[in-house]
Design a protein around this ligand. Sequence first.
Ligand code: SF4
Length: 90
Amino acid sequence: MLCADCASLLAYAEQRLQKCPFGEDKPTCVKCPVHCYKPACREQVKVVMRYAGPRLLFRRPILAVRHLLDERKPVPDQPRFKRRVSTDSG
Ligand code: SF4
């Protein structure tokens, strides 16, 4: 169960992910040269990641390792302006 602020941030993050111009080549957002998040949301995400990042290693170790590996991948120079395929109808 998320509080209203966290639910709103999650919805915003999912929206940004859907519109990410890097598509499947997406770097981790912290290393992104575009930084599409509005400043207030970016600060909120930093707070969330400071809290959740270390805990993720214990609760979802595979996800945590994948995220750490993603952070080591080279960042694409230019977005490809690909869009993820939406599963939403309409
Ligand atoms: S910050 Fe960069 S990588 Fe993250 S969703 Fe926005 S454009 Fe994509």
